[in-house]
Design a protein around this ligand. Sequence first.
Ligand SMILES: Cc1cc2nc3c(=O)[nH]c(=O)nc-3n(C[C@H](O)[C@H](O)[C@H](O)COP(=O)(O)OP(=O)(O)OC[C@H]3O[C@@H](n4cnc5c(N)ncnc54)[C@H](O)[C@@H]3O)c2cc1C
Length: 389
Amino acid sequence: MDCDFLVVGGGPVGTTFASLVAKKAKTIVLEEHMRIGEPVQCTGLVAPRVVELAGAQRTILNKLNGAIFHFPGGQDVEVFSKEIKAVVVDRGELDRICADRATRNGAIIRLGERFVDGIVQKDRVVLRGRQGAASTEHDALLAVGADGYKSNLGQMAALERSKDMVRGIQLDIEHQEERQDIVHVYLGRKVAPGFFAWKIPCGHMTRIGVCVSRENDAPIAYLSKLLKEQALEGCQRITTISGMIPLGAPTRTYSERLLLVGDAAGQAKPLSGGGLFTGLMAAKHAAETALTALESGDFSANGLASYQERWKADIGKELDRGYMIRKGYLRLTDKKLEAVGRMLNKDEVREVLSTGDIDFPSQVAPQVLKAAPGLLKLAPQFLRSVFSR
Ligand SMILES: Cc1cc2nc3c(=O)[nH]c(=O)nc-3n(C[C@H](O)[C@H](O)[C@H](O)COP(=O)(O)OP(=O)(O)OC[C@H]3O[C@@H](n4cnc5c(N)ncnc54)[C@H](O)[C@@H]3O)c2cc1C
C-alpha cells in the first residue's frame, strides 16, 4: 500500500484534511497544477474565523464592517457593524499556507500529478494518474475527493453532483474606493440573474465581479455592463479570474473507501457561494471519520456514513436553509425584489441584519421576518416551510 489516505486535490480543503491526519496516517495529496494556489478562482471574502482556522492572518488584504445591498429600482440598503464582519484575503497565499502546514505534519504533496481514473477493490482503492508523459498508480485504504466542483473522483464512484451551479468572473482593477470598510452587493435579474455582483475595496485596488446561474449569458456580459455603470471600464486590469461554484450538496458525500469534501461535495454556501468556511469544517469531520476508520479497519460505505452525519450536524442546516432561500430568491422578479429592498430599508431591520454572520446568513432570517413582517406576505407558505425546519 502506497499510503493510508490518498487525497485528490491540493486546494485548501484537501490540504487541510491532509494536515489533520498526516501525523497519524501516511497521506499523499495529488495536485494537477505545478504550484499550489494557482490559478486562483475565488474572491477571498471570508469571516475572520476562516483566517484563524487556516492560520493565515498574513494573507489579509482588507477588513470590512458591512455591506451596501443595491436593489433594483435604486434602493440601497446599508448594513454596518462596529465589528469586523469579513476580511478579504490573498487566496493563493492562503492555499499555500494550508499546503505548507500539511507538509510540515508529514503529508506528501505530489504537484503536477492528475488523477485520471481508479477502482475500488475489496481491501484498497487504486487510483491511476498522469504526471507529464508518465502514468502513475497509487493504492490506499481510503481516497478523499477534494478535487473541486468537477470531482472526477466523485464521478468514479458514481456519486451525484451538486444540485445547482453558478459561474462567475472577477477582475482586480487599479482603482481606490473612497470607502474601504464596506462591500457592495448588486442584486437583480438585469445585473446578475440567479446570483449577485460585487465590488470590494482592497486599498489601491478594487475587486469587482459577478456570478450568474448557468443558463444565462456568460457572466462577462454582465461584468462589462457593471463596469460601465460604475464608470470603471477604463481602469487598468491587474488580474482576471473565473470559475464555477457548486450549490446544494448531493444526497451522498461518501461511498465505499471514499469521501468527498469541499466543492467536490457541493458544500459551498448557497446564498453567498462562499466555500472556504464550510469546506474547512467538512475537512475536519472527514479527518475524524478517516482516523476512526483507520483504527477500526472499517472503510465500508456504512462505516464512513458518520462523515455525512458529522458535517450535516455542523453546517447541514445552514446549507439546506440557504438552498431553500436561494430557490425562493430565483423566483423573485425584479419588481418583487424592489419591494423586498423597501421592506429591508428600515432602521430596525438593518440593525438585525448587522448582527448577522456571513457563515450562517440564514440565522438572522427569523428576526428579519419579525422586523419586516411584510416579507411573509410575499411568499407566506414558502417562508414558513423554510423556517419551520
Ligand atoms: C468567482 C468565485 C468567487 C468565490 N469567492 C469566494 C469567497 O469570496 N469566499 C469563499 O469562501 N469562497 C469563494 N468561492 C468558492 C471557493 O473558491 C471554493 O469553495 C473553494 O475553493 C473550495 O475549496 P476546495 O479545496 O474544495 O476546491 P478547490 O479550491 O477547487 O481545489 C480543488 C483542487 O483540486 C485540483 N484538482 C481537480 N481535479 C484534479 C485531478 N483530477 N487531479 C489532481 N488535482 C485535481 C484542482 O487543481 C484544485 O487545486 C468562490 C468561487 C468562485 C468561482
